[in-house]
Design a protein around this ligand. Structure first.
Ligand SMILES: [Zn+2]
Length: 287
């Protein structure tokens, strides 16, 4: 079954691109959505840099623009991404909640151009995380609360023509909220990165399965509130960092879909079909 990775960051290391593409292809990933990530000072790879990487593998990468709302000139950045023919935009670290009125001109421009809008949702890495980026998080007064899945609800209602994808299914704190926003808005989808359907049980003897589906997640699926045909696979890979491999993400999505009892159609939807539909990838390319 072929796979599309909806969530890959570029960290500015052009020398790692060839190895990354070869690794991913070897594991069955045929396409990947690519966007930037902030450096420690808050800057990030430019539209030009993303474009250059994507053009090296035009059959593999699907480039997105990258926006920290309220921090830099997001109208200009959006315009540039549209002019380059990018398919969408990734939003993270907004200065105010995603659904503040002042961001609506950006959404309007994106919606008119048919850009797919991917929003980080959930708790973002903090001081207890290995890669916490204190410099800009402090300066920008970053708040995970501004990135709650519920913030997508208003945007989805105002721009029903916009395809919205929330990342991380709301994270561990707000997945229930994410499934509800998705349930009530036809234009809202979520990505699964990374392994949001399961948890790891402590103290299980080696050789036995340590992973299990979160009981509430199973319940949401069983009652039809978690619609897997609106969920897409993503690895959250940081391309350019040493030691990045798709193995874990691929094994995890397989475990999760089997364990939750997904149908064959739902498995195909999560791995490829839904992302292909959202991104306008032709029928002939579907598997
Ligand atoms: Zn990410």
């Amino acid at each position: 079954m072929k796979t599309l990775d909806f969530h890959v960051h570029y960290t500015g290391n052009a020398g790692q691109v060839d190895r990354f593409v070869a690794d991913w292809r070897e594991r069955g990933v045929e396409k990947a959505v690519l966007f930037a990530f902030n450096y420690a000072d808050g800057s990030f790879p430019t539209v030009d840099e993303i474009d250059k990487v994507a053009k090296r593998y035009p059959d593999f990468f699907i480039p997105f623009g990258y926006l920290n709302l309220g921090i830099h000139d997001c109208m200009a950045e959006t315009r540039k991404a549209i002019e380059r023919g990018f398919k969408g935009l990734k939003f993270i670290f907004p200065a105010k909640p995603y659904d503040e009125d002042e961001y609506f001109p950006i959404y309007e421009m994106a919606a008119k151009a048919g850009m797919v809008c991917l929003f980080h949702t959930g708790i973002v890495i903090g001081t207890s995380g290995g890669d916490y980026q204190n410099e800009y998080q402090r300066k920008w007064r970053v708040s995970s609360n501004y990135m709650r899945p519920a913030c997508l609800d208003r945007i989805a209602r105002v721009f029903p023509e916009m395809t919205i994808v929330g990342a991380h299914l709301g994270g561990r704190a707000w997945y229930e909220e994410a499934t509800q926003v998705m349930y009530w808005n036809a234009n809202v989808y979520f990505d699964l990165c990374i392994g949001q359907l399961h948890y790891v049980r402590r103290g299980i003897p080696e050789g036995q399965e340590q992973r299990a589906i979160k009981p509430r997640m199973q319940q949401l699926y069983d009652e039809g509130q978690l619609n897997l045909s609106k969920v897409v696979f993503g690895s959250d890979a940081m391309m350019g960092k040493e030691g990045i491999s798709p193995n874990w993400a691929m094994k995890t999505v397989q475990f999760e879909l089997d364990a939750i009892g997904a149908t064959e159609a739902e498995k195909a939807a999560v791995r490829w079909n839904t992302a292909a539909k959202i991104l306008g990838i032709g029928e002939s390319e579907r598997g």
